[in-house]
Design a protein around this ligand. Sequence first.
Ligand code: FUL
Length: 449
Amino acid sequence: MDFNEFIKAAASVKPSQRQLRWFDTEFYAFVHFSPNTYTGLEWGTGKEDPAIFNPTEFDPDQWVEAIKSAGMKGLVLTAKHHDGFCLWPSKYTEHSIKNSPWKGGKGDIVREVAEACRRGGIQFGFYLSPWDRNCPLYGTDAYNDYYKAQLTELLTGYGEIFHVWFDGACGEGPNGRKQEYDFDGYIELIRKYQPSATIFNDHGPDVRWIGNESGTARTAEWAVVPHELCWFAEPQTNGALLPGTLSHMYNYDPDIGFLNNILYSKGLCFVGSEVDMSIRPGWFYHPEEEPHSLERLFNTYLHSVGGNACFHLNIPPMPNGRFDDRDVQRLRELGDKLRETFAHDLTGDAALTEDPLPDGDTQRAWILRFPGERPVHYLTLQEDIAQGQRVETFVLQQRDEFGDWQPVYQGTTIGHKKICPLSGNPVQELRIFVTSARDRVLLRSVQAY
Ligand code: FUL
């Protein structure tokens, strides 16, 4: 295999249907709710008394309404966090809401949230923490069976699931033992019962962790990554171009997917990244905390959804089971800001024509011409990633007073979506110049706001 063949193979690593649907979801909510909501902890001990869990004003419709007001299209609930407490009446443990005072032990939070999502027209998913500080089986093979039995309850009893979230957290259980997780077995079960659900994990198979919880995305974000990082995903290329071994790589490395790394990878796979962050400092509710500023959340949106990733934003309910009014207000403000910014696409009456270049494959350029001058604050580009992710670098240009093209934005990757902030000064023509790519560049859309 020569260099060109290798790069073309990398450029045609493709997402599955479920990954394409996940990318189009773009922005969805996380909800962290457990005994921690009542104790103020972030990681429960597993010894909490179920009697403390009593959300007397629980109102999942209020959650769904607030989530929708921000423009989010799904909700992922902590069905079980590290403390092992189940928000549904699992047959396999007593450590659940069935021993709480809420609804006399007859309630099911997972069911009510799933139904509220369906009523509200958003997708539902769950987080089932593999780390369990309550289950006495933890640290033995029998725990994997316990975990799979719980997974099966959630996969078969609550309708369609869009996203299943696992983290890699693996601490000690109640007996001081650590667990070897049977992720292959968990994944097999999810594929069996919910084949269209995407699976999040540090190492794939479908979606990977961006590498931090502060909402920081990379300048260049690749969804085509070494199998050495995402070993639960299927490799789609066969062998490395260069001898040697890929250096150790983890989710928080800055250059995942870069050329200098992938040349040493024995197989590349498609795994997009998720930016997960809480609206407040903690994942669980702490009354003294305030929601992050509108500006910070809006910027995180621009860098995640607009940076070839999805944005998974957590909102923690209060002990009474409702979202805090401060969070509800911030979500509404964020939604208003996003609607105001991206409501009116200016390309409706514009012409997009190709500006032929000698290479014409890995370098392509288009000119976007408006009938008159338009104030463009954001230009949004999408690659047709169903065919693979290809663009390495691009530049946006505007004509100067002599009619020559001058750069106004320098970009790296595009992928599912790139949102490029511009000055907002009136402009009649913009040139999109892809300066390097791994194979023929295919755009899915160009929009201006
Ligand atoms: C991590 C957990 O340890 C945190 O408590 C939180 O749930 C975060 C989203 O994932 O792995």
